[in-house]
Structures are given as structure tokens and as C-alpha cells.
Design a protein around this ligand. Structure first.
Ligand code: CA
Length: 608
């Protein structure tokens, strides 16, 4: 009798009917408590759905594709427990577990990155190979091939973990790896921006558990984990594209149409509607179908996925790719949902524009966005106009009305446009731009640029390898600016991760960078102080960062000649301070006397 019952159970219950369930779990006590669970399986929509423990199903949404069911449950007052979903088509039924996990009580008010941090941007495939056994895997198409510049070189999460002490000693406090989720394209998959599964770390980087471990190892060292999140598109190898839930899950024309990349159309009062539509709905590239965030199912999917990663991997912040290419209203809702869930969570959006007004439009509570009642809720944007100035300024030895260091000064004169200028990301380069050390090939210019981003308002971001003078020319293709960090692979003849392994030139770059950022780490006056700057004279830029107890005077001489200047012009900041001691050389300057500064150099004077 017992045997017969078991056989009966086995024939009516089967767990094989669901191929995917996303999100794979949720947590108790979440602000986002109306959870939309996507079930995917052959003809799943033909089933009736119920859930255990009296949990309320708010809605069951079917789409034109019978292989999907979107079931929204109310988890508001549900404590951690296992829920069981039962699917039944009248003849057969089967079940699926969905876990509500306990939540860390500190989760909601987690701290994030801010202007006290220095962010290190790295490409995981190119930084360090901590596990040569995962360079190629059976379930991913592109295999490891280090001799191919645009191929997969084998770097991974273990490689990052192995070098966290190196980064900590460099004075870095936060790490931004480019995307780590699976990108199963046949070629050029190493950049990770064409994801094929957004709930899974690419097996060539490691496992989801390895990513959690990266956070833990960072947190042990007082450092932060910033995820590079992509809302705008997935890669064309994403599993869902073979069987879309709805035709309009992505923007179709039908199929592919190229974005015109003219993001000004998003607020230009003179823009044509067709240009604005083609910018926002066009695809970034052909291999990356453009997600439709104006579809509520898509928006909820992306919102939950982002929150899932924060909670699951204990993240400290986001960088969001191609922020201004998203559906404008959709991305604002996405950003608001995340910052409602985590009020201190910082998110920097890639808004690659060349005017402060246009970038400021995208920052949360923008007065410019308010003109058309738009609020992106995006806490931070990138200071691309400062980056633009860095591209030419250090070769302008002779100043004129609009040439020379005035370009840097002018950038900050527009700070009134930003709701929060101190929450701008400042950088001299990133993984999509020309490498600074290729552009200038001059350590003195590197020192001036780094002094600037380390002492002006904002959150400095550095790009891996520049701290050892790494070069690479974007004109030769992206792979050239994304070369392997020397020493990251077994058998590398040059190991720049250790002092003994660095060349003297690499060590000169490294020493300077480490000294500067380690000094910055504890300097509240730089993190949150006010700024007063003075109109450059003779290509020399002087500014002060100060608060009630401290003052720092920064001098940048962009001229090709030694310069001497009087200090009386700066009396409103010098006040009663007598001396200034240079952070890097430890040399003390009497503030009553003239100050002399060498050609193409800088001083960071702590006043006393
Ligand atoms: Ca590897």
C-alpha cells in the first residue's frame, strides 16, 4: 500500500518542468516586497499556480509566449521561510521551492562609496589570473587565448582577491571591476558588457560564491565592492533572446537598428522626435539588443536583479553603463527603487557628454532636469568635461585666454550646475578612453593629473596599470588600452605587483601614486572641505581645500618654466596660517614669502 502511494506521488509530482526561476530567492523585510517571479518552462502558462503558507498572489501575468509566467507575490509580512509554488494543469502537478531568506538587519542602511574613496577600475580578464583551470569552460563558447589581443586572457575573481593587499597598499579603497556576469559571445566576450545570464557570474571568472567572497575579502580590508551594472542592453547570446517573453521585451524596428548616440536629443528642445527615439531605442551595437525599460515586466525584472545582487553579494555601490541610453522614465524608476531600498547607496551613471549642463541634467534633483520635470534620482555622474580638459591641457605650456591650465579652472566654474559636485567621479582615463600614459608618456604630467584628481572635489577613479606607467594606444583598438597587468599571470617575466618585480620606471609611478592616495585616505579636508580657486596666472593654478580646522593649498604649474609668485593674492585663504608643508617632498614653505615651483610640477601644501 505504502509503495503504491509513493508511486502515485512520483507520477503526479515532477520537478523538471521549470527551466528557470528568477529571482532565485528573495529576502524578508524588503522595501521591494511585491516580488515578480518569472517562471520559465515549456508551456508553463497552461498551469494554475498556487503558493504555500497563505502567501498572497497579487497577480499572475501571462504573455504571448506560453513558456513564461510572471507571478507577483506579496512578501510584506512574510518571515524567512521556504515557499512552495504548485503548478497544476488538471492532469499533472509539480512544485517549485522559493526561499525567503533572513535579511542582515544592517543591509538597508549599508554605507556606500563617496568622496572619501579612491576607486580602482579594472578589467577582470586582464588584471590577474588566479585560477588557470577556469580560463576555458565547457559551458562557455570562447576559450582562453592570451595571444589574441581581443580574446579571453584568463584573469578572474581569484586574481583580484590575490592582489587586494597590493591595492590596499596603493591607497585604493574601492574596486570597480567591469561586468562579471556571464557573457557567452563567441568573440570579444572579455569586456562583459553583452551579458547572457544576469544571475550568474561568468564561469571563467569564478562562481557566484567567489563573487560573494570578493566582497568579504574587500570588507575585511575596509574596502568596497562596486558592481558594473548594465540596464540598457544584454548580449545577443542572452538565453531569453531565443524565446522572448514578449515581442517588446527589446526595442525592435523590427530587429536591430543602430542608436545614433546623440544623447543631446533626450533634452534638446529643438530635437526631432525621430532622432530622440532612435537614440534611446536604437541598439548600442548590433550584438547588444536594446532592453525596453518602458515595459513594466522588463523594468521590474531589472530592478529586482539589481537589488538581488546588492543583497546577495553585499555590494557597496553601482556603476551603471550607458545610463543615458536607457528609457528615461524607466531608468529613473529603476534608480529610485534601488535608492529607496538602500538610502545611502551610491550609483554613478556613465553619462558621456561634453557639457556640464548636459551632464548635470542627469544628476539627482537637477535644476536643469527640473525644467522639464525630470528627476533621474541618479546620485552621481562622471566628470567627463574634466576628462576632456585632461586630454590636452598638459601639452599647453604657454597659457592664453583659453589655453593652458585655465581649462581645468573653467571646469569647476560650472559646479553651480550640479546638485552635488562632490559626488562626481573624477578620472583621467577609463577602459574606453585613450590611456593617459600613452597620451603624454611623461611621469611629471601623470603626477600633475593625479594630484588634481586627488585634491579637487569628487571621487577619484584610477584605471588599472596607470599606477605603474602602463601604456596602450586606443587608436590600435580597445584591446591595446586593456592589456594584461604585468605579473598577473604565472611566468610573467615582469611582476609589477611587487617592489622587487617592478622596473625602476614602474616603481617611480607606483611610489608617487601610493604616497598620494595613502595621504588622501584620512584627509577629511579633501573629502568634504570647501574649495576656493584663483584665476590661473602664467599657467599656474592655485586652489585651497579647507574646513574649520584644516587647510590645504594646491599649486599646479603647467608652464614649461619654473615659476615664482607672490602669495598676498591668496590672503583670504591663507588667513593666519604661517607655513605650508608639501605632502610629497616634506619641504616647508613660508607663506609670507614668494613661492617658487618647478616647471610641470605640483605642490600640496598642508597649512599650519
Ligand atoms: Ca582563470
Amino acid at each position: 500500500m505504502k509503495k503504491i502511494l509513493l508511486l502515485l506521488l512520483a507520477s503526479s509530482f515532477s520537478f523538471a518542468q521549470i527551466d528557470r526561476m528568477e529571482p532565485p530567492n528573495w529576502w524578508e523585510n524588503m522595501n521591494l516586497n511585491q516580488v515578480q517571479i518569472m517562471f520559465y518552462g515549456k508551456n508553463i502558462a497552461q498551469n494554475k499556480v498556487s503558493v504555500s503558507n497563505g502567501v498572497v498572489i497579487k497577480s499572475i501575468q501571462k504573455t504571448e509566449n506560453p513558456n513564461y509566467l510572471f507571478v507577483t507575490i506579496d512578501t510584506k509580512d512574510i518571515l524567512a521561510q521556504n515557499l512552495v509554488f504548485t503548478f497544476s494543469n488538471g492532469k499533472k502537478s509539480f512544485a517549485k521551492n522559493f526561499e525567503i531568506k533572513p535579511r542582515n538587519p544592517q543591509s538597508k542602511f549599508r554605507k556606500s562609496y563617496d568622496s572619501s574613496d579612491v576607486i580602482y577600475l579594472l578589467m577582470p580578464d586582464r588584471f590577474a589570473n588566479g585560477n588557470p583551470n577556469n580560463d576555458s569552460t565547457n559551458d562557455t563558447q570562447e576559450k582562453g587565448n592570451r595571444s589574441e589581443p581581443g580574446g579571453r586572457h584568463g584573469g578572474d575573481i581569484q586574481g583580484i582577491i590575490n592582489n587586494l593587499d597590493y591595492l590596499k597598499n596603493l591607497g585604493v579603497t574601492a574596486v570597480w571591476p567591469t561586468p562579471l556576469c556571464e557573457d557567452n559571445d563567441q568573440n570579444y566576450s572579455y569586456h562583459g558588457y553583452g551579458q547572457s545570464d544576469v544571475y550568474k557570474i561568468d564561469p571563467r571568472y569564478g562562481t557566484n560564491e567567489d563573487y560573494v567572497r570578493l566582497s568579504q575579502e574587500l570588507h575585511k580590508r575596509g574596502m568596497k565592492n562596486i558592481m558594473d551594472y548594465v540596464t540598457n542592453h544584454w548580449g545577443w547570446k542572452h538565453w531569453m533572446y531565443n524565446d522572448l517573453p514578449t515581442y517588446d521585451w527589446i526595442h525592435q524596428f523590427p530587429g536591430y537598428s543602430q542608436s545614433n548616440y546623440r544623447m543631446t536629443t533626450q533634452f534638446d528642445p529643438n530635437a526631432s522626435q525621430i532622432d530622440a527615439k532612435n537614440c534611446m531605442d536604437g541598439w548600442f551595437v548590433k550584438s547588444m539588443p536594446d532592453l525596453n525599460q518602458s515595459n513594466p515586466l522588463v523594468l521590474q525584472y531589472l530592478t529586482q536583479n539589481a537589488i538581488w545582487w546588492i543583497e546577495y553579494a553585499d555590494l557597496d555601490g553601482f556603476r551603471v553603463d550607458t545610463y543615458s541610453y536607457n528609457d528615461k522614465e524607466g531608468i529613473a524608476q529603476w534608480t529610485k527603487a534601488i535608492t529607496d531600498e538602500y538610502p545611502h547607496f551610491n550609483i554613478v551613471g556613465e553619462v558621456w557628454m561634453h557639457s556640464q549642463a548636459q551632464m548635470a541634467y542627469w544628476q539627482k534633483d537637477s535644476k536643469i532636469g527640473a525644467i522639464e520635470s525630470y528627476n533621474s534620482y541618479l546620485p552621481s555622474v562622471m566628470d567627463f568635461t574634466l576628462h576632456d580638459a585632461f586630454g590636452t591641457v598638459f601639452n599647453e605650456d604657454k597659457a592664453s585666454w583659453d589655453k593652458g591650465i585655465i581649462k581645468i579652472y573653467d571646469n569647476f566654474t560650472n559646479d553651480f550646475l550640479y546638485p552635488n559636485p562632490n559626488n562626481l567621479l573624477t578620472f583621467i582615463e577609463n577602459h574606453d578612453t585613450q590611456r593617459f600614459n600613452h597620451l603624454y608618456n611623461d611621469i611629471n604630467k601623470y603626477k600633475m593629473a593625479l594630484t588634481l584628481i586627488a585634491t579637487v572635489r569628487g571621487i577619484p577613479q584610477v584605471y588599472y596599470g596607470s599606477e605603474i606607467g602602463m601604456k596602450g594606444n586606443k587608436d590600435n583598438g580597445d584591446a591595446d588600452i586593456r592589456q594584461d597587468f604585468p605579473g598577473g599571470w604565472n611566468g610573467d617575466s615582469n611582476n609589477a605587483f611587487t617592489k622587487a618585480g617592478r622596473t625602476s620606471e614602474q616603481d617611480a609611478y607606483h611610489q608617487f601614486t601610493a604616497q598620494l592616495f595613502n595621504w588622501r585616505k584620512t584627509k577629511q579636508v579633501i573629502h568634504t572641505g570647501k574649495t576656493t580657486h584663483y584665476i590661473p596666472e602664467n599657467n599656474v593654478y592655485v586652489y585651497f581645500r579647507y574646513n574649520e580646522t584644516e587647510s590645504v593649498m594646491v599649486v599646479i604649474n603647467n608652464s614649461s618654466e619654473k615659476q615664482t609668485f607672490k602669495t598676498n593674492r591668496f590672503q583670504e585663504n591663507i588667513l593666519k596660517y604661517k607655513n605650508g608643508t608639501d605632502v610629497l617632498s616634506n619641504k616647508t614653505f613660508n607663506l609670507q614669502n614668494d613661492i617658487t615651483i618647478e616647471a610641470k610640477s605640483s605642490l600640496i601644501l598642508e597649512l599650519n
